[in-house]
Design a protein around this ligand. Structure first.
Ligand code: GLC
Ligand code: CA
Length: 565
């Protein structure tokens, strides 16, 4: 009897602690740590090189933690630093539970994580779950014979006569099937032939990959960014994809990826992964390329039981400074029912500085875009170097291209080298990134565009980022407030209110090259204030208080002010 009671008490205690770890809230709104955090993506090859071999590494990242802390970053997403033949620069993993010697050791990883933890910074790893490297022991075993115990861990199929099993093309060019002459079958790869797709229909693959996440959680990581989740499953009947008119940049016929992307089974895996994440108070971020907000919605899960943070790439598709288009996109994501996740660029997308810049006002526009996505309701994920206004520096000759898709698709597709150049730390040779030969050339503009010189300039892009992040961290309305669109018919100025109880922050962004004048009536929102208290502005003549009925704006300028009841 007594033993039973003890067991019951232990059970209840265990149950409560599990529940607690799933719902550790930061505030009365029930928000979790990742909802108040600012994430920062690091491409480790290009961040900081500690041993001067020209390639960034974990000790390099560790040496910059103070910088990241003072910038105002709360979590680092490190793109793959696992052992890898580096065909896709780490997205071809040959061992999921180790660090590639070029980036350091597991001990270096632990030290980095410890150093980050001391500063209140969490580490998120990249989980490349759709495919491994063809050099992973699983695949080496799998391809060794048709009877290998690991044969069914990948997708092996007979050809149709002398042709591939079906018409699926790789998103990186060519057929998605490669013939393995030793065993006379084709294997499937959505990406490079060196990245064979794992067979997620096989429960053994499922278990092995789930154990990988547990292994890193035990080491202390706070979550994963899930790579290429759309592509986990393929139609078991291998039906041909519908062919669309025209050719893609690799010269392959255009196809609708109907039978090899976004299959419903993906959501079953995401729900299971989420359970493991919840047990570890961890967050799952998704590389979710969606065609519309309805598709994005599905990644949160019908019962908010899939990804906490599916990235909204539709936001990056708004390719011009258009208030109506941003308004539409923000409103759609804001009302999708989940917590929005905003990104401006990453290691696969041309840097935002170039995408939005008009060639003349790029500095002002970079500050404008920062002010937009760092003040919206949701979690922003920054990309290294964005905070200093790093540009794309694309290769000019095919022979200089490192990213294989750039060689295959040249000159239409120049690859992703341009957005992956080394971080610009100071004006010393190679921007202080390395004393060796950098793996990608450092853009010459580093002499002026670098962390050290921007820290000294109060009006630099870097200092605008620092001010925005500092403001975001201590302002309740920016952290927790609703998003309310204002002046919705204004074609030039994007304005909104972030409202939390009796407080509100007004954000006004002039997206035009002309001076503008705006006025606000906030009575319908419950605020009868006639002036706003200036929190941040990029305008030269910024004053402490501004009239809400008469707010003049310089071209491409930002005004952020507090209003009260
Ligand atoms: C994702 C990564 C990209 C990589 C691809 C294949 O899209 O972001 O860099 O090439 O997956 O793993
Ligand atoms: Ca190095």
């Amino acid at each position: 009897m007594c033993r039973k009671l003890v067991a019951f008490v232990l059970f209840v205690a265990g149950f409560c602690s599990t529940v607690r770890s799933q719902t550790q809230a930061l505030d009365a709104e029930g928000h979790q740590w990742w909802q108040h955090a600012v994430f920062y993506e690091i491409y480790p090859r290009s961040f900081m090189d500690s041993n001067n071999d020209g390639i960034g590494d974990l000790n390099g990242i560790a040496s910059k933690l103070d910088y990241l802390k003072s910038l105002g970053v709360d979590a680092l997403w490190i793109t793959p630093c696992y052992p890898s033949p580096q065909v896709d620069f780490g997205y071809d993993v040959s061992d999921y539970e180790n660090i590639d010697p070029m980036y350091g050791t597991l001990a270096d990883f632990d030290r980095l994580q410890q150093g980050a933890k001391t500063r209140g910074i969490r580490i998120i790893m990249d989980f490349v779950m759709n495919h491994s490297s063809d050099q992973h022991p699983w695949f080496i075993d799998s391809r060794s014979s048709r009877t290998s115990a690991k044969r069914d861990w990948y997708m092996w199929h007979d050809g149709k006569g002398s042709a591939e099993p079906n018409n699926w093309v790789s998103t990186f060019g060519g057929s998605a099937w490669t013939m393995d002459f030793k065993t006379g079958q084709y294997y499937y790869h959505y990406f490079y032939p060196q990245q064979p797709d794992l067979n997620w229909h096989n429960p053994a693959v499922h278990d092995a990959m789930f154990d990988v996440t547990r292994w890193w959680y035990k080491r202390g990581v706070a979550g994963f960014r899930l790579d290429a989740v759309d592509t986990l499953f393929e139609d078991p009947e291998l039906r041909d994809n519908p062919v669309l008119p025209g050719l893609n940049k690799y010269g392959d016929p255009n196809e609708q990826d109907l039978y090899n992307t976004k299959l419903p089974e993906v959501h079953v895996v995401l729900r299971d992964l989420r359970k493991v994440a919840d047990e570890n108070n961890a967050v799952l971020i998704g590389e979710t390329w969606t065609k519309d907000v309805n598709e994005l919605k599905q990644y949160y899960g019908d019962h908010s039981d899939e990804l906490q943070m599916p990235m909204d790439f539709l936001f990056t598709k708004v390719d011009r400074l258009s208030p109506p288009e941003f308004r539409r996109q923000i409103a759609a994501v804001d009302s999708a029912g989940g917590w929005p996740v905003f990104v401006l660029s990453n290691h696969d997308i041309v840097r935002s500085y170039v995408r939005y810049g008009d060639g003349q006002n790029n500095q002002a526009i970079a500050k404008l875009m920062a002010s937009l996505y760092l003040t919206l309701r949701g979690t922003p994920i920054m990309y290294y170097g964005e905070e200093i206004g790093m540009q794309n520096t694309d290769p000019v000759r095919k022979e200089d291209v490192k990213d294989p898709i750039g060689r295959m698709g040249w000159p239409q597709e120049k690859g992703r080298d341009g957005e992956r150049t080394p971080m610009q730390w100071d004006d010393s040779p190679n921007a202080g990134f390395t004393r060796g030969t950098p793996w990608l050339p450092v853009p010459l503009i580093y002499k002026t565009v670098n962390v050290a010189s921007e820290l000294k300039d109060p009006s630099s892009i870097l200092n605008v980022y620092r001010s925005l992040l500092a403001l975001r961290h201590q302002n309740r309305a920016l952290l927790d407030g609703d998003y309310i669109a204002l002046n919705e018919n204004d074609p030039n100025v994007l304005s909104y209110l972030r409202r939390y109880k009796n407080e509100a922050v007004l954000v006004v962004l002039n997206m035009s090259s002309k001076p503008q004048q705006v006025s606000f009536d906030l009575a319908p929102q419950g605020f009868d204030a006639k002036t706003a208290h200036t929190l941040l502005t990029t305008m030269a003549a910024g004053s402490k208080a501004s009239s809400l009925s008469h707010l003049p704006l310089e071209p491409f300028s930002v005004y952020i002010g507090a209003v009260s009841k």
